[in-house]
Design a protein around this ligand. Structure first.
Ligand code: ATP
Ligand code: MG
Length: 634
């Protein structure tokens, strides 16, 4: 079937469409009703249906593919690779689930998982799903304060951690961070379960609270743990958003809708089916990690490749080498990661046999054209930019090679995904935008299966954050977009990234796109700061590809950027000040922290820095601000 026909059916006859899609997973009891919309903006999918994520991800494949690889976890940090067949994964998950039972974890209780991207993290998630406990994975790179905030929001019965993670060869002990977080939290867990890889030589266990996983697992080497059959709308997990724009929100996902949406996306979007291999370079701590490192591939009987380490260690060919070794069909990564590779010798791209490789999907932030060109040319494969949010759990905008591959348009994350009734509306009036007219990207309820059910513990915040922006009940993505005549969308930045220069509204993202087109620029962030005359003016912060440069070189680069902006966007967009910096502040998920930059530039407190990746980036910005702009205008 063609994309157009199926898409139309998915949004015009959602109940019929999703009833068909529900057949992709096994139900203990079939749903009584496909959709309940009696209390909008809340909605419930597959009401009354009983199912289980772990059963669908593992048990049901045992007959046909028990010996096929389910999970391959490669760590270039520890040097260990674990290859688990479906049968072995089934065994390990049951053992883990038995340990959860022994520790008194019950259905509906929360379990915080604070681990690096290792097999046991996925096993712990699946074990929770098996017994109906609600997991909440906290990215292992977060510091103890972040962890404490999330613990207090989720109020877990148990916290599962690794003894340590590693980054670039350096051991980072997790347990002391967990101890500090439990100390700080008002609702610490009853127990801490420690999965030790022997990395932290000084591991200290707290008697009565802490439990060593290996010891507990030995008691349950052969335990069988039946799956808990859950009503489709019971929560499966809570995951906090990245916190780019403020306090993270606890995204709550259901069971049945989540499974059905992921199964659909695996086939129609990612083009991965039984026996095929998907490599998502994300971390289990992010939404992509939940959907496409763990649940998605397993739900369809595929093999998931999990990677712990840097993309350039031991060398910049490591990912392509893994693609060759495991015959990866579809890879999922982020523009940030590709930009890291782009700084390396490009011959690494051609060194390995990628004959099984079909698609590279990139998501999480805007894919700039130079990066898109570089990787498309290097791989000689289509690179598919796709747009989604932690909230949605699967792509909102994408191309669907598993269904009907449409042409890639550079700069566009593609077309509306199945089930998403998108509306581009005027920010003020809420009226629908015409082609090429800029508006706010919204989803008309009901949100399709797989999208969040609510904000954990805070229905009010769910309504307030997402559905209170327009007169009509619409889910606001809080992102700007335009749609061209062919129906392709372009994301223009976040609604809070717009600046008003002398009455003209400019998207900082548009200016960034133009600056990024300068050959010497590595990365760029544009913010608006207050100006007495114009209201606001754009300020550019950019890093250069050259490792070091003197004042003259900085000034030359800044002039080139300025000229390009004026040429492409007009004099109104002319940056008032341009700073060449050594680094830009980013979240742990690789997104620019514009709000911190903006605060620094206006001599204000940089605000909540709990999601900041590298504190030295703030210093780099402070240094440049103290030195003064490399180019000033007006
Ligand atoms: P918070 O909501 O806590 O401020 P966040 O929005 O950064 O954090 P995520 O859910 O990880 O948290 O990110 C989703 C956002 O990332 C989108 O709303 C969009 O702004 C951006 N994004 C994701 N994919 C793309 C893409 N392909 N192109 C452009 N922007 C993208
Ligand atoms: Mg967001």
């Amino acid at each position: 079937m063609q994309y157009e026909d199926l898409y139309r059916r998915s949004v015009e006859m959602p109940e019929a469409f999703w009833a068909e899609q529900a057949a992709a997973i096994d139900w203990r009891r079939a749903p009584d009703a496909i959709l309940d919309q009696s209390a909008p903006p809340f909605r419930r999918w597959f009401c009354g249906g009983l199912t289980n994520l772990c059963y669908n991800a593992i048990d049901r494949h045992l007959v046909d593919r028990g010996d096929q690889l389910a999970l391959v976890a490669v760590s270039t940090e520890t040097g260990v690779t674990r290859e688990l067949s479906y049968r072995q994964l089934h065994r390990e998950v049951q053992t883990f689930a038995a340990v959860l039972h022994e520790l008194g974890v019950r259905r509906g209780e929360r379990v915080v998982i604070y681990m690096p991207n290792m097999a046991e993290a996925a096993i712990a998630m699946l074990a929770c799903a098996r017994i109906g406990a609600i997991h909440s994975v906290v990215f292992g790179g977060f510091a103890s304060h972040n962890l404490a905030l999330r613990i207090d929001d989720a109020k877990p019965a148990l916290l599962i951690c690794a003894d340590a993670g590693m980054r670039g060869g350096k051991v980072i002990a997790y347990k002391p961070l967990v101890d500090a977080a439990c100390e700080e939290a008002v609702h610490p867990p009853r127990h801490v379960l420690v999965v030790s890889r022997g990395l932290d030589r000084e591991l200290v266990m707290q008697a009565g609270r802490d439990v060593d996983y290996a010891g507990a697992a030995a008691r349950h080497a052969n335990s069988e743990v039946p799956v808990a059959w859950l009503e489709s709308n019971e929560p499966s997990y809570v995951l906090y958003t990245s916190g780019t724009t403020g306090k993270p929100k606890g995204v709550q996902r259901d069971v049945g809708g989540h499974a059905v949406a992921l199964a659909l996306s695996m086939r129609m979007v990612f083009d991965v089916g039984p026996g095929q291999v998907m490599f998502s370079t994300s971390d289990v701590g992010w939404a992509v990690g939940h959907s496409y490192n763990v649940y998605g591939p397993l739900l369809v009987g595929a093999t998931s490749l999990l990677y712990e380490g840097l993309p350039i260690r031991p060398d910049p060919g490591i990912w392509w080498q893994l693609c060759e070794r495991y015959r990866v069909r579809t890879m999922f990564s982020s523009p940030t990661a590709i930009r890291v590779l782009k700084k390396q010798d490009e011959t690494w791209l051609g060194k390995y046999d990628l004959s099984a490789f079909k698609w590279l999907f990139l998501a999480g932030e805007p894919l700039d054209e130079p990066t898109a060109h570089w990787i498309t040319d290097g791989l000689k494969r289509p690179v598919i930019d796709n747009y989604w949010q932690t909230e949605t759990g699967w792509p909102v905008l994408t191309l669907l090679p598993g269904l009907d591959m449409k042409p890639v348009k550079l700069g566009s994350p593609g077309l509306p995904n199945l089930g998403y009734k998108l509306r581009l509306v005027n920010e003020v009036t809420g009226a629908d935008c015409a082609a090429n007219e800029k508006g706010v990207l919204t989803i008309q309820p009901p949100l399709p299966p797989g999208c969040l059910s609510t904000v954990w513990g805070d229905d009010q915040r769910y309504v307030q954050s997402y559905f209170s922006h327009f007169k009509e009940l619409l889910y606001s993505s809080l992102d700007w977009a335009i749609r061209d005549e062919d129906g392709y969308y372009y994301i223009l930045g976040r609604t809070d990234d717009v600046i008003n220069v002398a009455g003209h509204r400019l998207g900082t993202r548009e200016i960034e796109e133009v600056v990024a087109g300068c050959g010497e620029v590595a990365e760029v962030a544009v913010i608006g700061v207050a100006d007495e005359i114009k209201g606001q003016v754009p300020i550019v912060f950019a890093t250069l590809k050259a490792a070091s440069c003197d004042a003259g070189e900085r000034q030359r680069a800044a002039s080139a950027m300025q000229a390009r902006v004026v040429e492409q966007l007009g004099p109104i967009a002319q940056p008032a000040r341009t700073y060449i910096v050594d680094a830009l502040p980013k979240t742990r998920s690789g997104k620019l922290l514009r709000r911190s930059l903006s605060a620094l530039a206006q001599k204000a407190d940089p605000g909540d820095l709990s999601t900041l990746d590298d504190p030295s980036a703030l210093e780099a910005v402070r240094k440049a601000l103290a030195r003064g702009p490399d180019l000033r205008h007006g």
